[in-house]
Design a protein around this ligand. Structure first.
Ligand code: RB5
Length: 147
């Protein structure tokens, strides 16, 4: 898969680990920054990754900040994005099966590197279940269009 990844300074170290992991898994990764632990504003990198995924240029995105909260707020403002904040394995799996999540958000200050790796592995390998969940996602898109 083509995957866009980004972080702010609070998520930089976990972003670096995650980028290497995702590349090792055989995916093609675009790193939208940031590129050091110097302070930046998370809406910049969050918006870049959200737009890359919404445009169809990248199939999925991964966004990491200190808590994952800011990144999920930013990403979900982009039509077509279903960003989910996942810090454990069950949520990571369900976010794919039921919600067809296309951006995974995590907080480096919340989750350890071992659980983060498992979250990423599960999130990347779990398929959308479709069926009644497709109908609910269609309803979600209608809400976005009417606001
Ligand atoms: C940066 O200090 C921190 O606010 C940011 O990484 C993130 O946690 C925001 O939601």
């Amino acid at each position: 898969m083509k995957i866009a990844i980004g972080s702010d300074h609070g998520g930089f170290l976990l972003k670096e680990r995650t980028r290497k992991l995702v590349e090792q898994m055989g995916h093609q990764v675009h790193d939208a920054g940031c590129y050091s632990t110097d302070s930046v504003d998370y809406p910049v990198q969050g918006r870049k990754v959200a737009e890359l995924v919404a445009s169809g240029a990248y199939e999925r995105g991964i966004l990491i900040c200190g808590t994952g909260i800011g990144m999920s707020m930013v990403a979900n403002r982009t039509p077509g994005i279903r960003a989910t904040l996942c810090h454990e394995l069950f949520t990571a799996r369900m976010s794919r099966e039921h919600n067809d999540s296309n951006i995974l958000c995590m907080g480096e200050r919340v989750i350890g590197p071992g659980i983060a790796e498992e979250v990423v592995r599960i999130w990347l390998s779990t398929s959308f279940a479709g069926g009644r969940h497709r109908r609910r996602l269609d309803m979600l898109e209608e809400i976005k269009c009417s606001t």
